[in-house]
Design a protein around this ligand. Sequence first.
Ligand SMILES: NC(=O)C1=CN([C@@H]2O[C@H](COP(=O)(O)OP(=O)(O)OC[C@H]3O[C@@H](n4cnc5c(N)ncnc54)[C@H](O)[C@@H]3O)[C@@H](O)[C@H]2O)C=CC1
Ligand SMILES: O=C(O)CCC(=O)C(=O)O
Length: 460
Amino acid sequence: MEITTRNNTEYKSKANDYVHEVFQLVKDRNQGEKEFLQATREIFDSLRPVFLKHPEYIHNGILERITEPDRVITFRVAWEDDTGKVQVNRGFRVQFNNSLGPYKGGIRFHPTVNSSIMKFLAFEQTFKNALTGQPIGAGKGGSDFNPKGKSEREIMRFTQSFITELSKYIGPDMDVPAGDIGVGKREIGYMFGQYNRLRGGYEAGVFTGKDPNHGGSLGRKEATGYGTVYFVEEMLKTANDSFEGKKVVVSGSGNVAIYAMEKAIELGALVLACSDSNGYIYDPNGIDVETIKQLKEFDSKRIKEYTKVHKNAVYHEGCMDIWSVACDIALPCATQNEMAKDDAIILIQNGVKAIGEGANMPCTEDAILAFQASGVLFAPAKAANAGGVAVSAMEMSQNSMRLSWTVEEVDEKLKQVMKNIYTSCYNAAESYGHPGNLVIGANIAGFLKVADAMVAHGIH
Ligand SMILES: NC(=O)C1=CN([C@@H]2O[C@H](COP(=O)(O)OP(=O)(O)OC[C@H]3O[C@@H](n4cnc5c(N)ncnc54)[C@H](O)[C@@H]3O)[C@@H](O)[C@H]2O)C=CC1
Ligand SMILES: O=C(O)CCC(=O)C(=O)O
């Protein structure tokens, strides 16, 4: 499409046609990939004002290129279970975009993992990692392996087999994986050990989320949850508000949820409920995070066990009903599409003031619209949960320098990164005509950074 002049009616209509045509192309090429199309649709909707100002992105085919991964690697993962039976899973790594640095993003082990989920996560990571301002590109990987009910040795054998194949495609300057659902420092330890064994060396910077006792960064475990709360705190400040005295509900009880609860409590909130995939607990006295840590990080138990220790707490079967608990601030920190429009309406009716997405894409599109239409402050995932990957990038820096920062140093840097992300989202929303809309602001601010690098690097 030949487009030469901006700011005229003909150009505006051509730019709108361009966005529409490219989205049609993406839909045709990725049929049936519902999560990936959901993530791309939001970006296309947000970017219209950008193309009205920047014909150079159209000339350089940025939208066509930024929505197509650099490569998608799929592979067989064969491993032997404890009974001697051979099991086969499918492994993935989506290397989406490396314009800003080595591919960077987590590994997820969960039975729902498929190509659509891997691609949506890697696509989101492209914008999120750009927002951090650090030199990291974007990727995501995982497998449909279900760690639930597996022995320690089965997890080790599976993980070693997974990384034996993936090791061909990763490296400290190539692609640096980390954890995500079902992958924590134990699994990262097995991957790191097997990778080094295959290479016959010690490449500290090939994974992040390692144990701080051997190569990891202090503060990485806490970073995503803390970062989400820091971002929401910034958002509340603009409304002259804070976490102090607020009732908070957090979904999930994994890595992100635990540290989001911990920081919210530290800032004076009362966390009333949290969940796992079976149900949720409500504690009128406020959730005791130390008990959740013990249950989830050490004993691998279901959340209903919490009520054995805290007699005032009540367990409810069914995780989705957690959004019926009245609160001022809701932090969905479990998984994608866990909060739908009906949940949003209940939260709004119960007087919710702010939402902070700790998980990736936890709110459906119509849930987000409902919040925005009702004036609820909304912190989108790719900005709000960027603290995890930001501290991963700090881990890469520490590994390169062969030194370790203190937990205080890391936390200070994390706070600054989250403040900067908030400011860029806020400013981008304002300068592109959508003041206060942090969804649009995050998409635009992340996009501009990647798009400029792609223009500079030429067409490929
Ligand atoms: N770990 C990290 O640093 C980052 C994680 N994320 C995202 O945060 C979310 C959670 O990840 P992690 O905490 O790392 O995983 P995790 O494996 O530590 O915890 C996941 C938790 O969610 C629960 N869960 C799963 N489905 C659920 C459902 N439908 N309702 C309620 N609970 C459910 C599980 O029981 C588990 O407690 C994911 O969307 C992930 O992609 C985003 C940025 C960084
Ligand atoms: O720390 C990382 O590299 C990955 C974090 C991640 O997977 C995410 O931000 O969703």
